[in-house]
Design a protein around this ligand. Structure first.
Ligand SMILES: [Zn+2]
Length: 372
C-alpha cells in the first residue's frame, strides 16, 4: 500500500535523520573530547605556568599583597631550574645566594690568612729563640704589616710587647660565626627555591629556614663573647653556654612539628626575641669591660649598624611595606621580603667588620689593658 509505503519511507527518512543527528552528535562529542585532550596536553606542557594569588593552594597563601607570578606544585627539577626564571621568589633566592657566596669567599680568604700569619709567627719565633728579641719583633712587624703595633710599641708596657709576640688568638669563634651565616643564607635560598614543590616540603623547608635564622643569631654571639671576655673565662663560659643552650632549645622547638603550626606563632616570636634580648646583657657588660679601649667606638658603630639593619629588615618583614600600599606593583621586585633579605646580608657584613676589629685588637694586645 501506498500509504504503508509512504509510512515506511517516512520512517526510513526519520531513521536516516536520527542516524545523521546521532553521528553529528558523536562527531561533536569527539571534537569536544579532542579539544579537551588537546587542552589537557597544553596544560601539561604548561604545568609550570605562573599563577595568581587566588589560584594558589592554601598552604602557599602567605602574602595577599603579592598578586601574581607564583609557582605551585612544581616538580623538584622544574623548581630548581626556576632559579633562572622570573617569578616572585627569584630575587628572594638570589639575594641570599649572593650573600652565601660572599661569606664563602670571606671564609676562604680568612682560612688562608691565618696560615700565612702562623707561618710568619713560627719564623719569627725561631728567630727570637736564636737571637735578639727586638730584631725579631721588628721583623715580625714589618712582615705582618702591623704598623699600628709598631707605632704603639713605645707606648705599651714591655710585658705586653712580649705577650703580643706570643699571641695567637683562637680563630674558631670567628669561623663559627661565618659558618652560621652561610648556613642561614643557603638554607633560606633553598627554602625560597623549593617551597613551591609540595605542602610537606613547604612545611619542612620553613622549619629549616627558622633554624637557619636561629643558628645565625646564636653564632653571631660567639666571636663577640669569646673575644670581649677572653681574659675573664668565667663570664666567657657563662655567656657562651647560656646562648648555646637557648639556641638548642629554640631549634628543638622549631623542629617539632606540633610547635611549628600557626597556633604557636607568638611563642616562636617570643623565642627569637628572647635570644635577641639575651644579647643585651653581654653587650652592656662588654661596654663596661672595654670602656678604656680606643677601638670600642669603631666596634660599637659597626654593631649599631648591624642592629639597625636587622631591626629595619624585621620592620619591613612584619609590616609588608611597600606591597601593602600598592598590591601587585612589587610582585617581581621591591617587595618587603627582598628588602629584609638585603638588610640581613648588610647586617651580617657589619657584624663581620666589627668581629675583625675585635680579632685585630686581641691579636695585637692580648689581655693587656690599653692605655691611650
Ligand atoms: Zn626569606
Amino acid at each position: 500500500m501506498n500509504c504503508g509505503g509512504e509510512t515506511r519511507s517516512v520512517v526510513k527518512r526519520k531513521c536516516k535523520e536520527t542516524n545523521e543527528t546521532l553521528s553529528f552528535t558523536r562527531a561533536e562529542q569527539k571534537k569536544d573530547k579532542d579539544m579537551l585532550s588537546q587542552q589537557q596536553d597544553r596544560n601539561r606542557g604548561r604545568s609550570n605556568k605562573l599563577l595568581s594569588y587566588w589560584e594558589l593552594p592554601d598552604y602557599m597563601k602567605d602574602n595577599e599583597y603579592i598578586l601574581r607570578y607564583y609557582r605551585a606544585n612544581w616538580s623538584l627539577k622544574d623548581a630548581f631550574f626556576s632559579i633562572f626564571r622570573w617569578h616572585n621568589e627569584t630575587l628572594n633566592v638570589w639575594t641570599h645566594l649572593i650573600g652565601f657566596f660572599l661569606f664563602l669567599g670571606l671564609t676562604l680568604a680568612n682560612l688562608m690568612k691565618p696560615q700565612v700569619v702562623d707561618l710568619l709567627g713560627m719564623l719569627t719565633r725561631s728567630f727570637s729563640s736564636s737571637g735578639d728579641k727586638n730584631v725579631s719583633h721588628n721583623f715580625k712587624d714589618i712582615l705582618l704589616g702591623t704598623t699600628l703595633l709598631f707605632d704603639l710599641r713605645h707606648q705599651v708596657p714591655l710585658k705586653m710587647q712580649f705577650q703580643s709576640q706570643e699571641l695567637v688568638t683562637a680563630r674558631w669563634p670567628f669561623f663559627v660565626f661565618l659558618g652560621g651565616s652561610m648556613f642561614c643564607l643557603i638554607s633560606s635560598s633553598i627554602c625560597h627555591l623549593f617551597s613551591c614543590h609540595s605542602r610537606s616540603l613547604n612545611l619542612f623547608l620553613l622549619r629549616i629556614d627558622y633554624v637557619g635564622i636561629t643558628v645565625m643569631i646564636i653564632t653571631s654571639f660567639f666571636p663577640q663573647i669569646y673575644y670581649v671576655f677572653l681574659c675573664e673565662p668565667h663570664w666567657q663560659l657563662l655567656y657562651l653556654v647560656g646562648i648555646t643552650g637557648m639556641g638548642l632549645f629554640t631549634i628543638v622547638t622549631l623542629l617539632s612539628p606540633s610547635l611549628s603550626t600557626g597556633k604557636y606563632r607568638a611563642y616562636r616570636a617570643m623565642l627569637f626575641c628572647s635570644m635577641g634580648l639575651f644579647g643585651i646583657v653581654p653587650a652592656v657588660h662588654a661596654c663596661f669591660v672595654n670602656w678604656g679601649n680606643p677601638r670600642r667606638n669603631v666596634t660599637l658603630a659597626y654593631e649599631i649598624a648591624m642592629a639597625l639593619s636587622y631591626l629595619t629588615g624585621t620592620l619591613f618583614y612584619v609590616t609588608r611595606i611597600p606591597e601593602r600600599w600598592k598590591p601587585g606593583w612589587f610582585d617581581i621586585a621591591g617587595h618587603s621580603h627582598q628588602i629584609f633579605h638585603v638588610l640581613v646580608v648588610v647586617g651580617a657584613l657589619a657584624h663581620y667588620a666589627a668581629t675583625l676589629k675585635m680579632l685585630d685588637w686581641r691579636d695585637s694586645f692580648g689581655c693587656g689593658t690599653i692605655v691611650q
